[in-house]
Design a protein around this ligand. Structure first.
Ligand SMILES: [Zn+2]
Length: 90
């Protein structure tokens, strides 16, 4: 499964790393990773993967640990209330 990293999720073709890149445009909003249950938005760079065979574009986070919520992450909306723990969560 490890070689899925550089394989197109659409056609399965091998993706040449660093061959095609994307960059954010100044006139476009940056893509934000949002943890909805926590009301937190995190600025995490998304690495693009572009397939030169079928044109599929996918994104991945190089360090998934950075997606975790830590104590320095505050909800964007000060009135945000975290989702109550439900019986179905267990
Ligand atoms: Zn492809």
């Amino acid at each position: 499964m490890t070689d899925n990293f550089d394989r197109c999720t659409s056609c399965g073709e091998q993706i040449l790393r660093g061959d095609i890149c994307l960059r954010s445009s100044k006139d476009m909003e940056q893509i934000m990773v949002v943890r909805r249950d926590h009301g937190v938005e995190k600025k995490i760079p998304l690495q693009p993967k572009v397939c030169s065979k079928c044109g599929a574009v996918s994104f991945f986070v190089r360090n998934p640990d950075s997606l975790k919520i830590n104590s320095s992450d505050k909800p964007v909306d000060p009135g945000f209330r975290s989702k109550p723990i439900l019986e179905s969560d267990f």
